[in-house]
Ligand binder design. Sequence first.
Ligand code: AMP
Length: 281
Amino acid sequence: METITTIPDLRERLDSERRTGRGIGFVPTMGYLHAGHLSLVATAVAHNPVTVVSIFVNPLQFAEGEDLDSYPRDLAADSAGCSGLGVDYLFVPSVEEMYPSPIDTVVKVPSVAAPLEGVARPHHFAGVATVVAKLFSIVGQCRAYFGAKDWQQVCVVRRMVSDLSMPVDVVACPTVREPDGLAMSSRNVYLSPQERVQAPVLRASLDAGLDAIANGETDSAVVEATMAAVVNTASLASLDYAAAVQADSLVSDGPLHGEVRLLVAARLGKARLIDNDGTEI
Ligand code: AMP
């Protein structure tokens, strides 16, 4: 595995791989890799002749007062994990390399970004879409692997790729969970032992919503109330939202139908956790 820190170096390597007919798999991350990230990496390695993983904690997607400075980092462990899985290139640009001067161009996908996470974090998805557009421009034609754990992010990236005709196939991979159901997240390290015990309540709230739908409920308000009631049983959890929506538009347009997504967000102490799951009616 080669670790690359500059944009021209990565472009040169990937252009020459493509010239010899080798397709590229790409996994963008912010590092501090856990089994969820590594499942995306393993899938990319299995399905592509060449795999690139990027590690970049993108300042654009953090608001004032969020955890940009304290975001966990461990490049040595990340590098060992990637090389052990057969990654070819680890791209680790500095902030100066990515943003040598304040960036003026912003990519927005307003309708998909507005609900759910967009309410709590109004500038987050513009930061995500902008850095992902920049990374896609650097990496070039590729298959790009994202976690369904961040479902709204997948929707934003898919819409951006489609609207801007980017030469990228977006692949969504299943959420990897701890044995008790908590979705793996770099931010789980913020949980105190007591909060960690209660954190699987997000998974339990999704299960309650899925059960309601399996029992014939199609009223999103009823499903959402069922999900919220479960989160509210956890004394240390403060519910942000519990939503039952159409999987692609992220809004409900009458009785739930077809591909449905349940999404939940809650704060437990310093950690703001999100989770989601889907079903078809
Ligand atoms: P992040 O480093 O948090 O930006 O995440 C990088 C990628 O890993 C994103 O596509 C996430 O959706 C994905 N990811 C994060 N947690 C998980 C998980 N538990 N299971 C699967 N994918 C995940």
